[in-house]
Design a protein around this ligand. Sequence first.
Ligand code: GDP
Length: 281
Amino acid sequence: MRGKKKITENDVLEITKEIRVALLEADVALPVVKKFIRNIRTRAIGVEVSEALQPAQQVIKIVDEELTAILGGGESELDKSPKIPTIIMMAGLQGAGKTTFAGKLAKRLKETENARPLMIAADVYRPAAIEQLKTVGSQVDVPVFEEGTTVAPVEIVRHGLALAAEKRNDYVLIDTAGRLEIDEKLMDELVQIKALAQPTEILLVVDAMTGQVAADVAKKFNETLDVTGVIITKLDGDTRGGAALSIREITGKPIKFVGTGEKLTDLEVFYPDRMSSRILG
Ligand code: GDP
C-alpha cells in the first residue's frame, strides 16, 4: 500500500525548469513564460499525486490544464450580427495571411451556412493585393468589390457596404492593408474603417512563424483597434506555435481559427487542448 504523496517544492522546481525551456523553444514571449511558471509553481506545490502518476507527470498534467485554460478552454465561434450583414474586418501585418484567410473564411461560410458573402478590397497600397483578392474570390466564387488604388480605403468600404445592402449579402469581409511594420498612418486608417463599418468581428491575422514579434504586433493592434478575435496562420510550418499562448495572454482575445496551409481548404477551428499539447512538444 502506498500512502498519498504530495507534490513537493523540489518536484515542481525541477519540472518547471524543463517546462520553461520547452515554452521558450516554442517561442512563447519571455514575460508570458515567467508569469506562467510562477502560476504553476503556486498551483502545483502541495497537490496530491494521484495513484497512477509520478509527481512529474502530475505537474505536467497541471501545466497542460493551465495552458488549455489560458488558450481559451474551448472553441470560440465567430460572432454574428442579429441583422445582415455581419461585417468582418481583417487586420494584420503584410504577409500575415489576411487575404488568404478572407478567402478561406468566405469558402467556409458558403459551405457551412450557404452564405452569400461580399469581399471588399481596401488595400490600395499594393495593386497586387487587389488582384490577389480577386483571384481568391473567383476561386471560391465570391464577389469582390474594388475601386482600384486611387479611392481612399474608407470610401471604398462605404461604397462596398452600400452595395452589400443593395444585394442583401449576409456577410461582408473587409480586407485591409498591412505594412511590414506597424505605422501610425495605417493604424489611423484602420480606426476610420472600424468607425465607419462598425464590424461585428475585427479579426487580427498573425503569422505563427514570427514567434516573439507576433506578441508585440498583437498588443499594438489590440490597443488601437480592440480586436474581437485572432487568427493564427502558418501553423503548418515547423513552429510549435508559442505565439498563440503569448497573444492570448497579452490580448485576452479568443483565437478563432488557424491557417494550416496555402490552399483555401487549409482552415481549422482553434482547439486550445490541441494547441497546448503542441506547445509542450
Ligand atoms: P496578407 O499580406 O496578409 O494579405 O497575406 P497573404 O494572404 O497574401 O499571405 C502571404 C503569404 O502567406 C502567401 O504566400 C500565402 O499563400 C501564405 N499563407 C497564408 N496563410 C498561410 C498558411 O496558413 N500556411 C502557409 N504555409 N502559408 C500561408
